[in-house]
Design a binder for this molecule. Structure first.
Ligand code: PA5
Length: 445
């Protein structure tokens, strides 16, 4: 995998990056020596190389058992407790997994509070064999807790207490939280989320690895990719020749130039959820103290026919980070037609990916002309190993650029505001003062 910056350097000047050499080296030191803000959440830094063989084998064994008895596997979680797994699974599974006959089909719950969504899910689960993982580090998050209460009743009703318990895996904190107590009482198989790994950095813990393994993806390859990137960063914790640092510095410079929105661009729809994971990683890590780049995402060429207009001609506060895939997993060529009524014979014989690459190049040049700097992360293919590399790449880049922004990249104090209001509006015990204040504000609840 490589990072190409030539469509960015014209915006920031060739010398701009040099000024950050010392700061980058100091920042790595802060991370590796654990001396910065949020330093008790740096467990992800050595996680790939330190993953226990016995944990991997155990996850594979559990996954095999669940796969054998499930048409559907439900991943119950929100934010960092589901996005990593979904990003990897959707990147690597068949686009038409629900129709392809591959089983189990991985579906998600607890990431919304839609009554319709849950009702329709239950209707499907009535007719299929299923198992589930309930994932919550805190063990107290409302969305997955509600979904799990409903699914727990459903699965017990369907299979009886004992068999239901064998179809439920809980992934949570080692001691704290309602989910841990519940799992203990009910005797569920349980995996621990390490204390020092925050939700959005937890994809390479059982949080991500169990669902990914249940989906039939090689978790060892995923981890192997992350190990490569971990070692690369450790062997060269500088700006020179380290693509993680280069990415962090370039986006920092662009931010200083008023490019406050970063758009993650893909030309492969299998990467849509990878962008969702990336948005959470950077949005939740950097968006604080009224600072931070707003992370957005598009899929091209699809969105060239919608958001493309804005990117080309709208407010010039944007830059793009393109994930460019060199090699497709399949080969399909545009056929020749004698009549050529649709006038496509000029590209007959070409692979679809060749046309897609030309769209990518043409778009990049157009956006550069339109005042949008474009960074390119070129990956050879979409495989478990490469996705593992990308995961660690962005995790470390997020930490480095978070410290450069002078925020704590590992907390999320802003997430509490909506929860307090929601609990107050629902009349939860302990929120009486807030309920009264909101009642006054709204003229009654
Ligand atoms: O990154 C984070 O910490 C959050 O996005 C959490 O993952 C999310 O809020 C879910 O939390 P929990 O796993 O405690 O249910």
């Amino acid at each position: 995998m490589k990072l190409e910056l030539e469509h960015t350097l014209s915006f920031i000047g060739p010398e701009a990056m040099k000024m950050y050499e010392t700061q980058v080296a100091t920042t790595y030191n802060t991370i590796y020596e654990k001396t910065g803000a949020g330093n008790d959440f740096l467990g992800w830094v050595n996680l790939p190389t330190e993953i226990d063989e016995s944990l991997l084998s155990d996850l594979e064994k559990t996954a095999a058992t669940l796969r054998a008895k499930s048409d559907i596997f439900v991943v119950v979680g929100i934010g960092g407790s589901y996005l990593g797994a979904r990003a990897v699974i959707e990147a690597l599974q068949n686009h038409f997994a629900p129709l392809s006959g591959e089983r189990p089909l991985i579906v998600y719950a607890g990431h919304n509070m839609s009554e319709d969504y849950l009702t329709e899910l239950l209707a499907i689960l009535d007719t299929k064999d299923y198992s589930l993982a309930v994932i919550s580090k805190s063990g107290t998050t409302t969305e997955p807790a509600i979904a799990f209460r409903i699914l727990k009743q459903h699965i017990i009703h369907k299979y009886g207490e004992q068999e239901a318990a064998s179809r439920i895996v809980a992934i949570t904190d080692k001691a704290r939280g309602a989910l841990k107590q519940l799992a203990n009482v009910k005797g569920y198989k349980t995996y621990i989320v390490p204390d020092d790994v925050g939700g959005r950095f937890s994809v390479l813990t059982p949080v991500g690895l169990l669902p990914i393994a249940v989906a039939g993806i090689d978790i060892r390859e995923l981890v192997a990719g992350a190990i490569e990137m971990e070692k690369m960063c450790k062997s060269n914790p500088t700006l020179n020749g380290n693509i993680v640092s280069e990415y962090a510095v370039v986006r920092h410079i662009l931010y200083g130039l008023g490019k406050t929105n970063e758009i993650m661009v893909n030309y492969e729809p299998r990467l849509v959820y990878f962008s969702e994971w990336w948005k959470q990683l950077f949005g939740e890590s950097h968006g604080k103290q009224h600072k931070g780049i707003f992370p957005a995402s598009v899929t091209f060429s699809t969105d060239l026919h919608s958001m493309g207009q804005y990117i080309q001609d709208g407010l010039r506060n944007l830059f793009e980070t393109v994930i460019s895939v060199e090699q497709s997993n399949h080969e399909l060529r545009i056929p020749m037609e004698d009549e050529d009524l649709d006038q496509l014979n000029y590209i007959a014989g070409k692979r679809i990916s060749e046309v897609n690459h030309k769209a990518e190049l043409g778009t990049m040049l157009a956006h550069e002309d339109g005042g949008v700097p474009v960074l390119r992360i070129v990956i050879p293919e979409v495989s478990a190993k490469v996705i593992g590399q990308l995961i660690y790449f962005f995790e470390m880049a997020c930490a480095v650029s978070g410290y450069m922004l002078e925020v704590n990249p590992f907390d999320q104090p802003g997430v509490e505001a909506y929860k307090k209001n929601m609990f107050a509006l629902l009349g939860k015990k302990g929120y009486e003062a807030q309920t009264e204040a909101l009642s006054k504000r709204l003229g009654g609840i």
